[in-house]
Design a protein around this ligand. Structure first.
Ligand code: PHE
Length: 360
């Protein structure tokens, strides 16, 4: 009997020492496997006398049951330990904040366009639109630029293709937003008060010119509109846009075929220390072209120049963005470089409004 007790102690100790399922299986085979020590002992029962067997049989069975129960318990414990170890390494704090995901940014051109729209909406201007591929008539002729006019060459126009034998003048990528004047007046007549932001194209490329850029057109037609209204409107715009009270504008006589008289407008500024300050200093920077809409343009758009008159102007949106937000190179606007966009872009919820302020 005492050797059964030794067996029992040995195997129960080995079972509780087994560190993983593989070593536990090895203990099982050694004890109660086909050739295990306990199994071999059971085979010896046959050689015993009936009296001996009556004692040894139940004792061996009890030992076998005890070892099997211990094996099963150890196995469950090992599986639990393994699971707990995994849970300890794979734990997850569900109360943690989510990982921030990079959101896109609003391009300065879009931002400035929104700012311009907000200011002019406040002044009672509607927003008009026109196609980027424009007829030769709307881009030039109707704007008092006849076919041989030098302004056609000055604009470095991109021409669309016409089929062979088709002698109609080719369409163009519009060289300015002024054709929207024609479209708008032809459709809605006068009086009108609109701005028309959009893309325009000229074959030009350097630090301050890209073949595609953005302008917005202003047009105000009624029975008693004068240059004084133009001046007030532009000053009001610059005050709101640059968020500077003491704006000073200089109207310089100029020439555009579609306005008479025409003026280029400069804004007083300072470049002291390489930094641009609007409204102070002794420098002047050109920001737009403007004038009183030429009677030929009104006529071409179906508006009677004896009854109506008004002003128009065209301003570069990209240029406004460069000035307001201190962006040095225009070409980078259209490189789609994410580093540039993250640096100069605006948050999506940062909507410009006159009451909230127009800057970030
Ligand atoms: N279309 C002119 C340009 O692109 C600007 C302009 C618009 C001038 C309206 C006068 C009136 O340079």
């Amino acid at each position: 009997m005492s050797d059964l007790n030794d067996l029992r102690d040995t195997y129960l100790a080995q079972i509780s020492d087994a560190a993983d399922e593989a070593s536990l299986e090895a203990v099982r085979l050694a004890a109660v496997g086909k050739k295990g020590e306990v199994s071999l002992k059971m085979r010896e029962l046959g050689k015993m006398t009936p009296e001996e067997r009556q004692v040894a049989g139940p004792a061996l069975n009890a030992l076998k049951d005890e070892i099997n129960a211990s094996l099963a318990a150890r196995k469950t414990a090992l599986i639990d330990d393994a699971l707990n170890a995994r849970l300890a390494t794979e734990w997850l704090d569900v109360s943690l904040d989510g990982r921030p995901r990079r959101a896109g940014t609003i391009h300065p051109v879009s931002q400035v366009t929104e700012e311009v729209v907000a200011i002019f909406s406040d002044l009672g201007f509607a927003v008009a639109d026109g196609p980027q591929i424009e007829s030769d008539w709307n881009n030039f002729d109707a704007l008092n630029i006849p076919p041989e006019h030098p302004a056609r060459q000055e604009h470095d126009t991109f021409y669309m293709h016409r089929a062979e034998g088709d002698n109609r003048p080719p369409h163009v990528l519009r060289t300015h937003t002024s054709p929207v004047q024609i479209r708008y007046m032809s459709e809605y007549g006068a009086p009108c008060r609109v701005i028309a932001p959009g893309r325009v194209y000229r074959a030009d490329y350097d630090q301050t010119h890209t073949p595609m850029f953005h302008q917005y057109e202003g047009l105000c037609i009624d029975k008693d509109i004068s240059m004084a209204n133009l001046k007030w409107t532009l000053e009001e715009f610059c005050r709101a846009f640059f968020e500077v009270d003491n704006i000073e504008l200089r109207f310089r006589a100029s020439h555009f075929p579609f306005t008479e008289p025409s003026a280029e407008v400069d804004i007083r500024c300072s470049w002291a220390g390489g930094q641009l300050k609007i409204g102070e200093g002794d420098d002047w920077m050109e920001i737009l072209g403007s004038g009183m809409v030429h009677p030929n343009v009104l006529t071409a758009a179906g508006v009677d120049p004896k009854e109506y008159q008004g002003f128009a102007f065209g301003m570069g949106i990209d240029r406004l963005a460069m000035l307001k937000y201190g962006i040095p190179d225009l070409r980078a606007f259209f490189d789609s470089d994410l580093r540039w966009l993250r640096n100069y872009g605006f948050a999506a919820l940062d909507q410009p409004s006159l009451h909230g302020g127009l800057t970030r």
